[in-house]
Design a protein around this ligand. Structure first.
Ligand code: GLP
Length: 245
């Protein structure tokens, strides 16, 4: 079951998502949040920074943040490494110390070992209390492309050509600069989050939102795994809802 909330525009979606994150962190006392990169959560991050960024006593200063994924092969210091992106776009402004921002270790010599270690670290932290998610245009969540088994944990994921094309905008429009692989939380990892907020805005997401909400759970459309999660909310704007009845 997915709870769907339709709002007029991305700013309203951002405020609604920020309300849900606040409910988890401020009201329910969750101290582990799962963060997504990409454009979908940017309004949410901006709203949370407006609400709490300047508060030196904000409970957000003591949360641990776990990223969904990290590119393999980008050099240390590259601005598009997701660990750098999330600090720049959210956690630094929220006063979350860098040592509290965690991601899979895509520089590790043994990436399978690093994947297992990441799932274990999330478990040790008590599990993700609130996970923010975007949707890939092919239905991927994190970097779980169509066909990824629902029971996979964190793993080395191969980026499809369409995902690399979608993400080329972060690499000066040059598809060749987009890494071919990433370490990604698996669908099983994501489904262990106690609550999940999925954000989809804009006409670019209308097709995938329509397919998600008219499908049974199928590995051909990774986001449909969320239909089996007991606490998922989907926030969409009017443009992303264009293909819904
Ligand atoms: C990327 C990321 C996902 C993200 C998705 C959608 O490939 N790995 O975590 O949710 O694409 O991106 P956007 O929000 O920019 O549309």
């Amino acid at each position: 079951m997915i709870n769907i909330h339709r709002l007029p525009d991305p700013a309203a979606v951002g405020r609604a998502a920020a309300d849900l994150v606040d409910a988890a962190v401020l009201d329910r006392g969750e101290r582990v949040v799962g963060l997504a990169t990409g454009s979908s959560p940017l309004e949410t991050y901006a709203e949370l920074v407006r609400r709490h960024g300047r508060d030196p006593h904000s409970p957000y200063r003591s949360v641990d943040a776990y990223l969904l994924d990290e590119y393999v092969g980008l050099p240390v210091g590259h601005p598009e490494r997701y660990a750098a992106v999330i600090r720049r776009e959210f956690t630094d402004a929220m006063g979350v110390a860098p040592h509290r921002v965690h991601g899979p270790d895509a520089d590790a010599p043994d990436l399978d070992e690093a994947s297992r270690a990441y799932d274990a670290a999330i478990e040790r932290a008590g599990g993700v209390g609130m996970q923010l998610l975007g949707l890939g245009s092919d239905g991927h969540i994190a970097f779980n492309a169509p066909g990824t088994p629902f029971d996979a944990g964190t793993h080395v994921a191969t980026l499809s050509e369409s995902t690399r094309r979608d993400n080329a905008r972060f690499f000066g429009g040059d598809v060749a600069s987009v890494p071919r692989t990433a370490l990604s939380q698996g669908i099983a990892t994501i489904l262990r989050a106690r609550s999940i907020v999925v954000i989809a805005t804009g006409a670019r997401k209308a097709d995938v939102v329509g397919r998600l909400l008219s499908s049974e759970p199928t590995e051909a459309l990774p986001a449909t795994a969320l239909l089996r999660h007991p606490g998922t909310v989907l926030l969409i704007d009017d443009a992303a809802a264009a293909h819904l009845p």
